[in-house]
Design a protein around this ligand. Structure first.
Ligand code: WT7
Length: 653
């Protein structure tokens, strides 16, 4: 059975219960109203923020260019922090942090306000001005959120780089947007060991001429400059705590234009070069604030835990900006879910009384595999809502999540969105939508989503390409330094519809109009909820002296959703061996980061190509999936693919 068939057979439905419906943050009537007039809906939402001067026009749309709330002036940090210290929220916990080793810290909104102001002053004292770029390469610790908000306060554009990325990935990202300052740490904890972030940063900094200063958070106990590699370079490197000690506690917030950039976040595409997705100030904040409020039904006393790292967009929108704009209490956990035991998440949920949990299918599948006994050891009765994001969730995992984590009581929101959309675009609304395992259900209020065929014709029921028909406030505005790529990637799929956004996903729509996301239709993979471009991995592989040619495809994987399978032809003089296979896998991990380490490496004398020399990935996917081969008639040499299939099946990669 293929994916569509499996999903078509899913008929379980879960209606919101009456009690939940009665207290929900959005009603069916409000949803219909929003859908009837999206611009008005967004304007009403934007009016909930604190503006320095109000906007003149809600939307200016000249496809593919959208400007939202033009003429408006606003500061994001004022909305995420200052607003809350003027009320009883002043003493409310903003961040409840637990490090992997078990150290804890709670920052109230007042504490956060002080820290953000001070660090904003630190950045200014280091010469950072409005529009300058600041790179952030940190573990999942409060300083990550503080740094982001401090940048927002002074109008600097942050570019957070996931701490699991390699030095080379870090320097590529720093250079692409010419960052002036880097914020990093002397280490972070993962599965009991220390990730040497500063040492990685030092390697990256060998080739980053734009960096003037490096601020180093002391995460490790003991003397500075120990074996974590934090040897501080004079003049360039400075300890966070020393800079903060004397920094003034008030920093005048910069008056930002609604359309000024807020941050850049790099994500994989179909070329070897990651794209710097640019988000702007007001539209992004409105999308983050509104979606957090209605999808997670956030209430004043909720304890919200989004398990994502700040290195991904989920950590930007639902760990930082969305919850903070709503004055919420967020749990932040630095480490691995199975450290020191496989119940760490459930231990944290119980200990902090988490009411809303937002995590990824890949994690849920791992929990399922580890067994029901781990959550069963803990009191999870405070949970009232569960969320899923990052990849399609299979109905089995959905049901397990509902039963073993949600006690058959919590609604589940399967939220579809992307780095580019900035905020959730398709999701159930917990007080309105009847959910069904595996479906992200309906567009969010204010979003116009459709399924189109290759010609741009709308499909009412059946399979097709996902499309967003109208602009929305939190949409990306461009790709940093490569505006043409923005136009080509997102607004060129249907030449007859240059106003329609193409997300790169395939989906199905059922008789009730529900969307079922099937996954990427381009050469982008989703491995454990992380986006990886096949071209990036291929470019890394061919940099190895032994590799002549490489093709990378995805195959289904029980836990990770997709796994990477690399087909490699070697240069003259190199012989295939298990040692070389491991070496190549490590090589990619070193070049890009551990998330890109290929699961399989298959050596082959040749790759299946068309007569014009194009590698036929479709056939490689058939091989990697262990399927019968599709049409091979366009191949230059059909024998190549048959022998490749035999080798693949014989070899335990
Ligand atoms: C891609 C975006 C958005 C936060 C994390 C990933 C896939 C995302 C779902 C979902 C099925 C999903 C899509 C999308 N995806 N959420 N609920 N169901 N697929 O952000 O790295 O920008 O990746 O993740 O394929 O295009 P990202």
């Amino acid at each position: 059975m293929n994916d569509i068939d499996v999903l078509l057979q899913e008929h379980r439905r879960f209606e919101p219960d009456d009690a939940f419906r009665a207290q929900a943050n959005i009603s069916a009537a409000e949803y219909s109203e929003a859908m009837a007039d999206p611009e008005r809906f967004w304007a009403d939402e934007a009016a909930k923020l604190e503006w320095m001067s109000t906007w003149e026009r809600v939307l200016e749309w000249q496809p593919p260019r959208a400007k939202w709330f033009t003429g408006g002036k606003i500061n994001v940090s004022v909305n995420c922090v200052d607003r809350h210290i003027r009320s009883a929220r002043r003493n409310k916990a903003a961040l409840v942090f637990e490090g992997e080793p078990g150290d804890t810290r709670t920052l109230t909104y007042w504490d956060l306000y002080v820290q953000v102001n001070k660090f904003a002053n630190v950045l200014r004292s280091l010469g950072v001005r409005k529009g300058d770029r600041v790179a952030i390469y940190l573990p999942l610790i409060p300083e990550a959120v503080i740094s982001m908000l401090a940048c927002a306060r002074i109008g600097a554009i942050h570019s957070v780089v996931f701490g699991g990325f390699s030095p080379e990935s870090l320097s590529d990202r720093i250079n692409d947007s010419a960052c002036k300052v880097l914020v990093t740490a002397d280490g972070g904890y993962r599965r009991g060991s220390v990730v040497p972030l500063k040492r990685n940063a030092d390697k990256a900094l060998e080739g980053t001429p734009s960096i003037e200063h490096v601020v180093v958070v002391q995460r490790r106990p003991g003397a500075p400059g120990d074996e974590a590699g934090a040897d501080m370079r004079d003049g360039r490197d400075k300890w966070w705590h020393r800079l903060m000690r004397h920094a003034p506690q008030w920093c005048e917030p910069e008056e930002m234009d609604a359309e000024d950039p807020l941050f850049i976040l790099y994500t994989s595409g179909t070329t070897g070069k990651p794209k710097g997705i640019v988000h702007t100030t007001a539209g992004y904040l409105v999308g983050a604030m509104t979606s957090t409020h209605i999808v997670f039904d956030l209430k004043e006393d909720d304890v919200f835990w989004c398990t994502a790292d700040v290195g991904w967009v989920t950590g930007h929108t639902y760990l930082t900006y969305g919850p903070m704009a709503n004055g919420a209490t967020c749990v932040m956990y630095e480490g691995a879910p199975d450290w020191p035991e496989k119940d760490r998440f459930w231990d944290l949920c119980e200990k902090y009384g988490v009411t809303i949990l937002y995590t990824a299918p890949t994690a849920i599948r791992a929990f399922m595999k580890w067994g029901d006994q781990w959550p069963a050891k803990h009191d999870l009765s405070r949970l009232r809502l569960l969320g899923s994001v990052g990849e399609p969730i299979n109905p089995e995992a959905w049901m397990w999540y509902r039963e073993h984590i949600g006690g058959n009581r919590c609604p589940i929101v399967d939220t579809w969105w992307q780095t580019e959309t900035g905020s959730i675009a398709i999701s159930p609304l917990p007080g309105i939508t009847a959910t069904t395992p595996g479906s992200a259900t309906n567009p969010m209020p204010g979003f116009t989503v459709a399924l189109l065929d290759a010609q741009g014709k709308e499909i009412e029921v059946g399979g097709g390409l996902l499309a967003i028909m109208k602009p929305w406030p939190s949409m990306l505005r461009t790709i940093w330094g490569d505006d043409q790529r923005y136009v080509d990637t997102y607004f060129s799929k249907w030449p007859n519809r240059p106003d329609v956004y193409f997300p790169g996903d395939g989906a199905k729509r059922d008789e009730d109009g529900y969307f079922w996301i099937l996954g990427r239709v381009d050469d982008v993979l989703n491995v454990a909820g992380h986006r990886i471009g096949t071209m990036e991995v291929e470019s890394a592989l061919v940099e190895h002296p032994a590799v002549a040619e490489a093709a990378v495809v995805g195959r289904a994987h029980d836990l990770k959703g997709q796994a990477l399978a690399a087909f490699v032809t070697l240069r003259e003089g190199y012989a295939e061996s298990p040692a070389l296979r491991d070496e190549l896998r490590d090589f990619v991990a070193q070049k890009i980061g551990a998330i890109a380490r290929p699961d399989d490496v298959l050596f082959s004398a040749d790759l299946p190509k068309t007569r014009s020399g194009k590698i036929m990935r479709r056939l490689l996917r058939d091989i990697a999936e262990g399927r019968a081969l599709g049409d091979t008639t366009t191949l230059a040499d059909p024998n190549v693919v048959n022998s490749l299939k035999e080798t693949y099946e014989a070899q335990e990669t």
